[in-house]
Design a protein around this ligand. Structure first.
Ligand SMILES: [Zn+2]
Length: 252
């Protein structure tokens, strides 16, 4: 009988990580404390935001242009608190993201340009995830991570000066199937401070609810992780190979 041992990626070993979010705030909510921890340890953190955030308001009188500008400023302030190295924007219309050739090309182009060891995004296979921007972002980022090293995918990138690039790991936050727990005690307040920068999204009761929800979740994860830490963020980390025709990836 043979045994097939699979080595899961180790998030804390990477030197450069690209966090790709559907909207300006998802990275901070899903992974902010881990991002602060990685940045403090010398890992170069890059942010790529896929949509422009224009739909993130219930106020019908607020113009798209104003909200897009505000949310970008909020994301810059939040990311700077966490130690983010650079910010990139694709500016697809918020709320209407589709899996298009253009989005696939833009994501593979970004990976070939930034050349991260790992890419992290939202988990598109989260049960009951209804936001189409999250499902599309998670799936197309996974596709991009699978093929950014293949010369037959968007060869025009190469003639414009970019080189092929293979990522070592693809990871997901806001996941129902985590396989990685990161202790973030020293960095929990960084995350809360970053979330408070998104004033157009969270204030008063909604901010209090989000902080309470995330803090309770992080404390519960810490109890289950049994590491003696107070706050934990969890991720699903896979290698690109695990993301195609792999029947074990779900339970890994
Ligand atoms: Zn979002």
């Amino acid at each position: 009988m043979t045994s097939f041992q699979v080595q899961l990626p180790d998030l804390l070993q990477y030197k450069r990580i690209l966090f790709i979010q559907p909207h300006p705030d998802d990275n901070d909510i899903g992974a902010g404390a881990t991002i602060a921890k990685l940045a403090a340890s010398g890992c170069e953190i890059h942010y790529l935001t896929v949509t422009d955030g224009r739909s993130g308001s219930d106020d019908p009188d607020l113009s798209s242009e104003k909200l897009i500008f505000t949310r970008r400023e909020e994301q810059l302030a939040a990311g700077q608190r966490l130690g983010v190295h650079s910010f990139h924007w694709l500016d697809y219309p918020d709320g209407h993201l589709e899996d298009t050739e253009s989005l696939r090309s833009d994501l593979i182009w970004s990976i070939r340009l930034i050349r991260p060891d790992a890419i992290i995004t939202v988990d598109p296979w989260l049960p009951y995830e209804a936001h189409i921007d999250h499902v599309v972002t998670g799936k197309v980022v996974s596709y991009a991570g699978l093929f950014s090293g293949n010369p037959h995918f968007f060869p025009e990138h190469l003639s414009s000066g970019l080189a092929l690039h293979r990522v070592e790991a693809i990871g997901y936050y806001a996941t129902a199937q985590p396989n990685t727990q990161i202790s973030v005690d020293k960095y929990w307040t960084h995350k809360i401070e970053a979330i408070r920068c998104h004033q157009s999204q969270f204030s008063g009761e909604s901010l209090q609810f989000l902080e309470d929800y995330l803090t309770t979740q992080a404390k519960t994860l810490a109890v289950h992780a049994k590491r003696g830490s107070q706050f934990v963020e969890s991720f699903k980390l896979l290698t690109p190979l695990m993301l195609h025709m792999n029947t074990q990836a779900f339970s890994m």
